[in-house]
Design a binder for this molecule. Structure first.
Ligand SMILES: [Zn+2]
Ligand SMILES: [Zn+2]
Length: 243
C-alpha cells in the first residue's frame, strides 16, 4: 500500500511540475508562484493556513458568536429551523473565501476535491444519501458545473452513501441574493425548489458551498421534507454572518 501511495504522490508532483511550468499561475493571496496542481492557483503555503472555525457558534445554524455564553442564536430561537443542524467547516473569509471564489466564479474545478475533503475533518452523522443544493438548468449551463455536486462527491464517497442529483431541483430562477435581508432572500426563494421521488423516512445530508442567512437550505429542506425526508443535516464549507 505504501508503495502505491508513493507512486501516486510521485505522479501528483510530476503532474504539478508539468502543469505549473505550462500554466504558471500566481497565488491570489500571497502573489508567489503557485506550486501545486490540485490547489493552484492558491499556493500550498497559503492553503495550509485554511483553518477550521472552532470558536463559539449557534448549536443549530452554526452562526458564529462573539461570546461562549449563547448556545442558540436569536433567529433559531424565534423560528426553529426546518433542518436539524448546520455543520460548517470555516468562516467565509480569507483564504477559504478566495479558494471558493476561484472554484466557483473562475471555474477552477480541480479545487473541488481539496475543498470537499476539508469537510471530511468532521464526524459527519450517518445518513441515507447526500443531496447537493441544485442550480437551475440555466445556471448550470452558464457555469458549466454545480459546485455543490462536486463538493458532495467527496462526502458521498467518504460515507459510502449515494449522491443523489436527480431528487432536488431548482425550478425558479432567482435574482442574486447579495445585499438582500434574510426575509427578502426567503421571499425570493419561496417555491424555487421541488423534490421528486419518495424520500419517506430518509436521513439526508444537504450540501452547499456557502451559507449566509440559510434561506436556500431552508427552502431545500422544506422541499425534501415534503417528499417525505425525516431529517436533513446541512453541511457547508463556509458560513458567513455574526461575529
Ligand atoms: Zn500563497
Ligand atoms: Zn442559529
Amino acid at each position: 500500500m505504501w508503495k502505491m501511495r508513493g507512486i501516486t504522490t510521485g505522479l501528483k508532483s510530476i503532474t504539478s511540475i508539468i502543469f505549473n511550468s505550462l500554466y504558471p499561475s500566481f497565488c491570489p493571496i500571497c502573489g508567489d508562484k503557485s506550486n501545486s496542481f490540485s490547489i493552484s492557483p492558491v499556493c500550498s503555503k497559503c492553503w495550509s493556513e485554511i483553518k477550521q472555525y472552532d470558536g463559539p457558534s449557534c448549536n443549530i445554524c452554526a452562526l458564529p458568536f462573539v461570546s461562549e455564553k449563547s448556545k442558540i442564536c436569536g433567529n433559531c430561537l424565534r423560528n426553529k429551523p426546518v433542518f436539524k443542524e448546520v455543520i460548517a467547516f470555516g468562516l467565509y473569509e480569507g483564504i477559504l473565501k478566495e479558494a471558493i471564489s476561484q472554484f466557483k466564479f473562475y471555474g477552477i474545478r480541480r479545487l473541488a476535491k481539496p475543498l470537499g475533503n476539508l469537510l471530511l475533518n468532521f464526524n459527519i452523522p450517518d445518513a441515507d444519501a447526500v443531496i447537493p443544493v441544485p442550480m437551475t438548468k440555466k445556471g448550470l449551463i452558464q457555469r458549466g458545473f454545480n459546485q455543490s455536486v462536486l463538493i458532495g462527491k467527496s462526502i458521498a464517497r467518504h460515507k459510502r452513501i449515494p449522491l443523489l442529483i436527480n431528487v432536488l431541483y431548482k425550478i425558479k430562477e432567482t435574482p442574486p441574493q447579495v445585499g438582500l435581508s434574510a426575509s427578502e432572500r426567503l421571499k425570493n426563494l419561496t417555491g424555487a425548489f421541488i423534490a421528486k421521488g419518495n424520500l419517506n423516512g430518509k436521513f439526508l445530508i444537504l450540501v452547499d458551498d456557502v451559507m449566509t442567512t440559510g434561506a436556500t437550505v431552508t427552502e431545500c429542506t422544506k422541499a425534501l421534507s415534503k417528499a417525505g425526508a425525516k431529517e436533513v443535516i446541512v453541511l457547508v464549507l463556509a458560513r458567513t454572518g455574526g461575529l
